[in-house]
Design a protein around this ligand. Structure first.
Ligand code: ASP
Length: 345
């Protein structure tokens, strides 16, 4: 071949190679949503024979809660506001084990825990064992924004609530007949139970086992900031001063803009031992795996079957809702129009 033609041949092969690559090129991965939100209302053994009216009541409440958060994020609100407002709504709904409708302690009282975290700066606030605060999630946010501390417990948290002037209620506000009956059954069995445990014998016939009702939210806003929060009455028949994972930053709640925002629900002691929420974020940050894989690694690899689950949103708007119990009340929405609530697989 005439040596002068070599450059032409090389160019031709190069062009064919590039052309071939173009033809095989995979389309881009799913675009990153501008905002995303995931919520939960507890995890556990929820019978598929659940009374349809009760099932629909849960689904409707989840939809309403999700819509509150979706609308805030859609209008450019912060992930922190979305987390707080959704949880306030769920705390006020007696269906859930948070705020009104919280489960009862061994002494027949209500002691509430909550936490919130800002993924943009790792600011966080929590309260444990509060008894008169209508919306513990808002008090947790005040701890984060108006104190130099992270967690206030029991009487100290009430004193802080006095200073903040948050809305107070008496214990009757939290009372529901259903939780009272749960406590009676737990006392008979000398069992400490998650919400909905033991309702198989109840005429309500809605939840077959004893887990569920804690509420939590994880959200990514249009500015790319993550936040998470969790609120609970804890476990039925819990003993003096017992604190679960929900107000423990790293176990029940975690948010870091470098990785993800997580809220947990289930047997709190196991979530504390396994530092579940932080561990999911750490796996993402240190190994580079995606949110779903990181969450599955922890929920299926570290926790025991039926311990519960998590909802989470990553810094790229990926949503994970992973649980090792038969059901988890949950919902997910994003800027692409995804909007769904579910109970079972
Ligand atoms: N994790 C909560 C606690 O142990 C209970 C729950 O999620 O249902 O206090």
């Amino acid at each position: 071949m005439n040596p002068i033609k070599w450059p032409l041949l090389v160019s031709l092969i190069f062009a064919l190679f590039i052309g071939g690559c173009d033809m095989d090129f995979e389309p881009d991965q799913e675009e990153v949503p501008e905002f995303a939100i995931a919520i939960h209302g507890g995890a556990g053994v929820i019978s598929r024979d659940i009374d349809p009216e009760i099932r629909d009541a849960y689904l409707e409440s989840l939809e309403n809660a999700l819509e509150i958060g979706r609308a805030i994020l859609d209008e450019g609100g912060t992930s922190l506001d979305a987390v707080e407002q959704v949880i306030r709504f769920m705390e006020d709904d007696p269906l859930f084990n948070a705020g009104r409708g919280a489960v009862m302690t061994n002494e027949g009282r209500h002691e509430l825990d909550a936490s919130i975290m800002d993924g943009s700066n790792l600011a966080t606030g929590a309260v444990a064992g509060v008894t008169t605060v209508k919306n513990p999630i808002s008090l947790a946010r005040m701890v984060m924004e108006n104190s130099r501390h992270v967690l206030f417990a029991t009487q100290g948290a009430e004193t802080f609530a006095d200073q903040m002037g948050v809305e107070r209620v008496d214990q009757e506000w939290f009372f529901t007949e259903r939780r009272y009956q749960q406590l009676q059954r737990a006392l008979e069995r000398d069992a400490v139970e998650r919400d909905h445990d033991g309702e198989e014998s109840s005429s309500l016939k809605y939840i077959d086992d004893r887990k569920m009702g804690t509420v939590g939210v994880a959200a990514l806003d249009r500015d790319g900031n993550l936040a998470a929060g969790t609120s609970t009455g804890g476990m039925t028949n819990k003993r003096f001063g017992r604190v679960g994972d929900s107000p423990i930053v790293g176990a029940g709640t975690y948010a870091d803009n470098n990785s993800c925002a997580v809220s947990s629900t289930g047997t709190g002691e196991e979530f504390i031992r396994n530092v579940v929420a932080y561990q999911i974020c750490a796996i993402m940050e240190y190994t580079g795996v995606g949110l779903q894989a990181a969450a599955e690694q922890v929920v299926f690899g570290k926790l025991q079957p039926n311990d519960g689950g998590i909802i989470a949103v990553s810094h790229t708007g990926e949503i994970a809702m992973v649980f090792n119990s038969p059901g988890m009340f949950r919902g997910a929405a994003n800027s692409f129009g995804r909007f769904e609530v579910a109970i079972w697989d």
